[in-house]
Design a protein around this ligand. Structure first.
Ligand code: FES
Length: 202
């Protein structure tokens, strides 16, 4: 499991650019009067997108002021959910699921691959600034574990060797192929169905 700590080096300033400010105001309008704090998750996500995929503490303070909510409450939300990055990440951001179903199928081999090819410690950007990695909880693709998410795509049915090859492709700027690395479509069984055989559409 990833230890979630804010980055040591923090910028002094953050505010939404005009486009994101407009977007934030429109999101806030979706909530009834007095309930504008419910927009906090969406606003945190927008701030992350604007700030190279991570959220500095000043952005949490800024959002607190915008939503008229205490900074500590924004901080609690941002530090709870692993989809919010609290430290800078690489252009290729690798999230390795190490929750039980993936773990018993070899997720820690993928962690080894990350340590070998990206950086010794998680939440550390590689020396060429291209990649970073972190451990996360279940990403909802348990049937195809072990798996990693790289930016917005899932790479499934992996082992250490296949994961190292994917990282080599990243380093060589090659096109990545998301999906199963054992040739499965979605979460289908590998050797045809074994249950519900009487139901053609199952
Ligand atoms: S346990 Fe890894 S995706 Fe669910």
């Amino acid at each position: 499991m990833s230890l979630r700590k804010p980055a040591k080096d923090q910028p002094d300033k953050f505010e939404f650019n005009s486009e994101n400010l407009e977007l934030a105001k429109n999101i806030v309008k979706n909530y009834p009067h007095g309930k504008q704090q419910s927009a906090v998750m969406a606003l945190l996500y927008i701030s992350q997108r604007q700030n190279n995929n991570w959220i500095p503490l000043v952005a949490m303070k800024y959002i607190g002021k915008l939503l008229n909510m205490p900074y500590i409450k924004v901080y609690e939300v941002a530090t709870f959910y692993s989809m919010y990055n609290l430290t800078p990440v690489g252009n290729y951001f690798v999230q390795v699921c190490t929750t039980t179903p993936c773990m018993i199928r070899g997720a820690y081999e993928l962690v080894e691959a990350c340590k070998e090819k990206i950086s010794k410690n998680q939440n550390e950007v590689s020396t060429d600034k291209k990649c970073s990695w972190t451990e996360v909880e279940c990403l909802g693709a348990c049937v195809n574990g072990p798996m990693v998410q790289i930016n917005n795509d899932y790479f499934e049915d992996l082992d250490k060797e296949k994961t190292l090859k994917i990282f080599d492709q990243i380093l060589n700027n090659e096109q990545l192929k998301p999906g199963s690395y054992r040739g499965r479509k979605s979460s289908e069984p590998e050797d045809n169905r074994k249950t519900l055989l009487e139901n053609k559409n199952a």
